[in-house]
Design a protein around this ligand. Sequence first.
Ligand SMILES: Nc1ncnc2c1ncn2[C@@H]1O[C@H](COP(=O)(O)OP(=O)(O)O)[C@@H](O)[C@H]1O
Ligand SMILES: [Mg+2]
Length: 430
Amino acid sequence: MSVKINTLEFENVKRIKALALEPSPNGLTVIGGRNNQGKTSVLDAICWALGGEKYRPSQAQREGALLPPTLKVTLSNGIVVERKGKNSALKVTDPNGNKSGQQLLNSFLEPLALDLPQFMNSSNKDKANTLLRIIGVGDKLDELERTEKEMYDKRHAIGQIADQKAKYAKEMVSYEGVPEIPISASDLIAQQQAILARNGENQRKRQLKAQYDYELEQARQALDEAKRRYAQAQANAQTAAKSAEDLVDESTAELEKNIADIDTINTKVRANLDKMKAEEEAKGYREQYDALTVQIEDVRKEKFDLLNNADLPLRGLSVADGELTFEGQKWDNMSGSQQLRVATAIVRKLNPECGFVLLDKLEQMDTDTLKEFGQWLESEGLQAIATRVSLGEECSIIIEDGYAAGENAIPVPASPEPEVITQPWNTGKF
Ligand SMILES: Nc1ncnc2c1ncn2[C@@H]1O[C@H](COP(=O)(O)OP(=O)(O)O)[C@@H](O)[C@H]1O
Ligand SMILES: [Mg+2]
């Protein structure tokens, strides 16, 4: 069961003349009043009573008071805390009536609950670290963030290379209508030799015809004696002439040209191959980049799960880029009341034994928001003692000129001493 404040009794502390208050054990107790009436002095007095010497106000005794300050706070665990006498010495009495000291108070006090602005004004990173410390995932998250950063940097470098490679590949020349691999001269030469061989055969046939022509001539000359041979030779000559007529020589001109063009073509082929290689390289880097993107997303999800599965002080709290967020908003984007709720929830978790928190200057909340905040505090079983420049119904007590002036004010046991100095700000003009 966390410790709450049951009653407060203060006299002659800072602006307070005499005041007693029984704050609500759960939810909001608003100390209202105009400016400079002693509202914040009440919170200062609580801090001093419970927090110890380091919270002693520089001018603790009320100016003009004849008697030194007296403070008495009773707590829900039965402990009574008092400061009185010339030196405002601390007296802590436990429920059994034993004397005790500051150490006992410190065991269930959360310093930030006394000084919420200290948390609220800390850096965004510090707030996030406080949260991570509470939920106990700081180390794991650090590790994930380190991994994420490493992958991010690597992906960035690879992305730059991929871009450069793609740009380089784009700038390289390429040619249409050339083979995909360099061509070889030996094929063409073999083809040429085959044609030359066939042409040689043709040449041989031509020579045969010439021979028959010669023999015909011879036979003609010996016509009489070789009529039969002449007829035969004539037939032969006719046949040979006929087959020679149909002969057509193939051209090697194109092959010759191709052989001559080999170097030019191969230069182009190699250019195309180089470009293809460059494109493949660029594609490879792009694929690595995409793979890293997937990995980074995985790490981010792991981070998200880590925080979301943790026992958070408040639903909607998270950490992004090392900064505290609430419902996706960073601190400077939260409304004043959201900031208060976040701060209160976190501070409460820092020391669950401390069941109260002090909140100065709640003017930033309208009455609806205030009510909602009060309900939230109640649902959390938290006691908050707050101040607010207001005389409205939301106030549990109104302070005027260092005295309680409200229906809920408890009669102060000690009688207030007469006013010695008239202070100009107590005339109600401000
Ligand atoms: N020891 C003191 N004796 C008398 N007045 C004081 C003392 N300390 C501060 N004050 C005065 O009290 C006023 C502020 O009191 P505070 O409790 O902060 O008022 P509130 O919060 O209601 O505006 C200031 O005018 C300040 O000068
Ligand atoms: Mg104030």
